[in-house]
Design a protein around this ligand. Structure first.
Ligand code: ADP
Ligand code: MG
Length: 305
């Protein structure tokens, strides 16, 4: 059977720390799949198991029909893995890094140039620079080129945009979307909830469990609360005051505003009077549309609360 990636009932503990609890997930061939979750959720543990570097405690994973434990050698030959920050040899140049990765897989940059050129050509002008001297965004481009150089069927990218500036983050996602035309299946983890919207489907993972798996647009359409955007002259105090307002369901800082939901129907005049009494000025209360971040915050709060 060759039906993409099947992750079945995977659990993993480190001593008495549970890193993954009964995680099941299916990913289709060619899909760009996001694993979204905060620090310590279990993302890297799942990726290390997928990359055959760590044995699962229990459960099974099949990657294009290959078993991640029994067939680990074949699995390694079809996957590209970018393990977060330290996948490059800092003392080697750009060119030396990519040649090394190519030679490990018995190929050459020339042979694979078509696939990697869109990305690699952006850093090729710096091919004699040591990897350690590159900017965060350029390092990620080189790391991605290295992970791609043997034309993997599956690309596993562990937090490729963490610590990268916002412009490079956007560029990185554009590059991933372009790679789809090669039919490469991609699993990408990120702590940035807004990046979920760029995936075909996402899994929200928190505290070693999967809370939700769906298309981003379906997750957004399921948000059922009336969402308000609220502003005042003192955003920090506004958040505190909204959280302690009677009937308050949720209040999260969101750029320059606070996103707020209320347990029952909100009387905005009452709320305004309350905020004025608490010393706020320049108060604005308006309806706003939920984003994927609102949905994740809601899901995470629900399970915690
Ligand atoms: P994430 O990548 O989402 O931040 P990890 O998979 O790295 O999550 O970690 C999941 C949990 O497992 C955390 O509680 C973390 O502290 C723990 N953990 C991860 N790696 C190890 C390890 N090698 N030894 C002990 N605990 C670990
Ligand atoms: Mg991690």
């Amino acid at each position: 059977m060759n039906t993409g990636i099947q992750i079945q009932n995977i659990s993993k503990t480190y001593g008495d720390v549970s890193a993954l609890r009964d995680v099941s997930l299916e990913i289709s061939e060619g899909e760009l799949f996001g694993i979204i979750g905060p620090d310590g959720a279990g993302k890297s543990t799942l990726f290390r198991i997928l990359a055959t570097l760590l044995l699962p405690g229990s459960g099974q994973i099949s990657i294009f029909g290959l078993d991640v434990v029994d067939d680990y050698k074949q699995v390694r030959s079809i996957l590209g893995y970018m393990p977060g920050r330290f996948s490059l040899y800092q003392d080697l140049t750009v060119e030396e890094n990519i040649n090394l990765f190519a030679s490990l897989f018995d190929t050459t940059v020339e042979e694979q140039y078509e696939l990697i050129k869109e990305i690699y050509s952006q850093i090729e002008p710096f091919k004699n620079r040591r990897a350690g001297q590159l900017s965060g965004g350029m390092k990620q481009k080189l790391a991605l080129s290295c992970a791609l150089v043997h034309k993997p069927k599956l690309l596993i990218l562990d937090e490729p945009t963490t610590g990268v500036d916002p412009v490079s983050r956007k560029e990185f996602w554009v590059m991933l979307a372009r790679l789809k035309k090669w039919g490469i299946t991609m699993i990408v983890s990120t702590p940035y909830m807004d990046e979920a919207i760029l995936c075909d489907r996402v899994a929200l993972i928190q505290d070693s469990r999967i809370m939700k798996i769906d298309k981003p647009e379906s997750i957004v359409s399921e948000f059922s609360d009336h969402l308000f955007g609220i502003k005042s002259s003192n955003k920090h105090q506004l958040l505190i005051d909204l959280r302690t307002y009677e009937g308050s369901k949720s209040a999260f800082a969101f750029g320059s505003e606070v996103h707020y939901t209320h347990h029952n129907r909100l009387d905005t005049a009452d709320l305004r009077a309350y905020l004025e009494k608490m010393g706020h000025s320049e108060i604005e209360i308006y309806d706003t549309k939920p984003t994927i971040e609102d949905c994740f915050m809601d899901l995470m709060q629900e399970k915690n609360g």
